[in-house]
Design a protein around this ligand. Sequence first.
Ligand code: PEP
Ligand code: MG
Length: 582
Amino acid sequence: MAQTEFIKLSGIAAAPGISMAPAFLFTKEIETISDETIENVNEALENLRLAIEKSQKELSKVFSLAVDKLGEKRAAIFEAQLMILDDPILIETIRQRIIDEKKSPEFIVDAEMSKYQQLMSASSEAYMKERSLDIKDIKDRIIRNLKKRKWLSKILNNVIVVASSLTPADSVLFSKNDVKGYVTNFGGLTSHTAIVARALDIPAVVGVHDATSKISDGDYIIVDGFHGEIIVNPTKKQIKFYEEKIRKINDIDIEFAKLKDKPSVTKDGREIKLYANLDVTSELDLILQNCANGIGLLRTEQIFQGTEAFPDEDVQFEFYKEVAEKLYPGTVTIRTFDIGGDKVLPFDVKEPNPMLGWRGVRFLLDNNSLYKSQIRAILKASKHKNVKIMIPMISSIAEIRRSKEILEMCKHELRDEGFEFDESIPFGIMIEVPSAAVMAEDYAEEVDFISVGTNDLIQYLLAVDRGNEIVNDLYQEFHPALIRTLDFIIKAGKITDTEVSICGEMAADQYAVPLLVGLGFESLSMSPSAIPVTKKIITDLNYQQVKKLVYECLHYKTESEIKTALKDFFNENLKEEAERIK
Ligand code: PEP
Ligand code: MG
């Protein structure tokens, strides 16, 4: 082990857990490409053909691995990459340019594909930017194969991958090698690395800025995915400390897992229902294992991620039906497509400010047949009466009423067509926009349930982009304005007798649990891996006591006072749990 002095780096805690292992520095070398004239054009064309064939083979392998690890829907991104490799116009243009210009295939591939890549990366739209990375990925792959270099994603087992950023293909391939952790310079909570890491339960810290310049290949490192910290070349004392910590976490997790079949009830008898958020299909098993009450948020965008077109009604129906049947008698809250904003939009729309633009229900109401196809598919999957429907990004009562009209229209059609469905399917909305929070009481009267999406509510309430690591410090889930807003929404629910739950990432933050229970939330929806520890916390809480804690927190004026109060509460009342995240 290196004897150099240790350094500490910090970033965004993207997937919980702690691991220690040698770093594998994943740097993609920049290939030098010469623009010299070539002599043998036929040989160059044959090299191009072989390189494309090899790239196709590699990508097909990644695709089938991704199907296993992430499910078919998310794996479609690689299918789309394969389609680019199969594009006859692109390939013919490259071939023709080699013949005409007599330059090496590397040079022409680079020039031709970079044109598309630059066009897309100049787009202000997140989806197009992502696609530009896909093109770069394919371009680099072909060039590497032309140069007959080995593809670098082949790595050793049991290492922590450190990279500037990782493509979806890299993240999936690495997970095969029993990777112990991920550290990246770029990326936020919604980056591919973060999503794959959470789905596979691998600790990850992203948005570290200088990870690749401060960490060298082979450095022994500790990744703390609870706190977003990395220790490079730790001292013996630090290693001992973290070894002890990992051991304790393992013991605690084994204890927590024993609560699996027990209800989550506070010591003084208040039941808090726990639901799971479903993002990646493979998480279904984890959800079933952890015995959640069901799915509190099914993010349906996964159905079309990486594909060009919207799925039709039948494809959607099959998917919703499968999830609803697997979860039965647990309930499944299906959220209609939350397209736009930070999520993908499957066609080219340029918006100056996508987060404030054509997003969620706004997009759906303008695309009536798409909205209807989804609502019809959800209704058809509801015949066992365990499905709920939820609408994202509501910011006016007109959007609620218009959506309800479409729901009634769809019911009417399905009745005529002879389909069986839940006539009184619960209809709910997400509160993610401050105006909806202010109007919560009026909106609650229109719907069967409300679910608070804190990920967006925080960004819109505090005017801080949720995906921008530069302002990450200002994205505060314990900001007093947020706590008071949550209190206001809960009260609106009480007055109108409407169920209010929460499905933002905040519900998975252990420090937030006593606060949310004390505020009066009776159901929480979170990443499935957070359910066992949350259940443990709830069973150790006393509702009357956390109500007092909330009373104090509602009077604080700064985030740090609230955080301190929550930490103190943990240390005094939840010793075992505090041990896990200390
Ligand atoms: C939220 O905004 O809190 C939420 C759950 O929705 P998403 O993260 O999918 O935007
Ligand atoms: Mg949201």
